[in-house]
Design a protein around this ligand. Structure first.
Ligand code: PGA
Length: 260
C-alpha cells in the first residue's frame, strides 16, 4: 500500500482535517463534550491536524469561538435570505462564527433530493459568505456492487464542484453511502483507489491547486481504523459521524496523526 507523508510543510500548505458531523444529535450540554475535545487538542496535535465540529445549527452560536476547534454547519440554503422556511444561509453561519458548511451529504441528497447542481450552488453560497465548503460525494451499495464506484464519484465531483473551486475554499469528502453509520468500511486499497481517481480528476481540472484540495474519507471512521484509513495516499483527513459525538473517540481518530 502506498503511504504518504506529504503533509509536511514543504509540499502541502494545509494540515489534514478531521471534521465531525453531529447530524441531528446533541443538546445544550453537548458543549461539555466539545470542551473536552478542546482540552485534548494539544498544541502537539494541533500542529498535525485541524479539527472542525459541525453541530446542529441551533448550537452553532454556542460552540463557535468557544475554543481552538473550528465550528461549522451541516447544510445551508444557496440564497442569502428570503422566504425559505426552515432554512439558514451561509451568511448566517458566518455571522455567528461558523467557518465551514457541509454540503451535499448523502443524507441530504437522499432525504431531500439534493442534486449535484444544488450542491454546487450551496458551495458557491459558502464562498460568497467567506466560509469553506465541505462537499460530500459517494456511491450507493448498488453502484459499488455494479462496479460503478469510480464512474459515479467522478461524475459527482465534477458536477458538484463549481469552476471557482480552490484548495482554500473547498474540502471534498468521499463517503460511500453503505459505509455511513453501518460499521462497514471499504478496504484500504478501495479507499486508496477512489481517492487516487478523485485526485486525478481534481488535478486534471484545477491543475497544481487540485493536488492541494483536501480529500477526506468518511464512513464508520473510528479510533481503531483511523491509523489504516488516514495514512493512505490522497487521504487528507476524515469526516466523522457517530464517533464525533464523544471527545475520546474524536480525539482518538485525530490522534492517529501523531503516529504518522
Ligand atoms: P459515520 O458517519 O461516521 O457515523 O459513519 C459519517 C458521515 O455521515 O459523515
Amino acid at each position: 500500500m502506498q503511504k504518504t507523508h506529504h503533509w509536511s510543510l514543504n509540499t502541502m500548505s494545509a494540515r489534514p482535517l478531521v471534521a465531525g458531523n453531529w447530524k441531528m444529535n446533541g443538546n445544550p450540554q453537548s458543549v461539555e463534550e466539545f470542551r473536552k475535545m478542546a482540552e485534548g487538542y494539544t498544541p502537539e496535535l494541533a500542529a498535525k491536524v485541524e479539527l472542525l465540529i459541525c453541530p446542529p445549527a441551533v448550537f452553532l452560536a454556542q460552540l463557535a469561538n468557544e475554543n481552538s476547534i473550528s465550528v461549522g454547519a451541516q447544510n445551508c440554503h444557496s440564497a442569502v435570505s428570503g422566504a425559505h422556511t426552515g432554512d439558514i444561509s451561509a451568511e448566517m453561519i458566518k455571522s455567528v462564527g461558523g467557518t465551514a458548511v457541509i454540503v451535499g451529504h448523502s443524507e441530504r441528497r437522499e432525504g431531500y433530493g439534493e442534486t449535484d447542481a444544488d450542491v454546487a450552488a450551496k458551495a458557491e453560497a459558502a464562498w460568497r459568505a467567506g466560509i469553506t465548503a465541505v462537499v460530500c460525494i459517494g456511491e450507493s451499495l448498488e453502484q459499488r456492487e455494479a462496479g460503478e464506484t469510480i464512474a459515479v464519484v467522478t461524475e459527482q465531483i465534477t458536477k458538484s464542484l463549481p469552476d471557482a473551486t480552490t484548495s482554500e475554499n473547498t474540502v471534498v469528502a468521499y463517503e460511500p453511502i453503505w459505509a455511513i453509520g453501518t460499521g462497514k468500511t471499504p478496504t484500504a486499497q478501495d479507499v486508496a483507489d477512489v481517492h487516487k481517481a478523485l485526485r486525478d480528476s481534481l488535478v486534471e481540472r484545477f491543475g497544481e491547486d487540485g493536488s492541494k484540495i483536501r480529500l477526506l474519507y468518511g464512513g464508520s471512521v473510528k479510533p481503531s481504523n483511523a491509523d489504516e484509513l488516514l495514512n493512505l495516499a490522497n487521504v487528507n483527513g476524515a469526516l466523522v459521524g457517530g464517533a464525533s459525538l464523544k471527545a475520546d473517540d474524536f480525539l482518538g481518530i485525530a490522534g492517529a496523526y501523531l503516529n504518522f
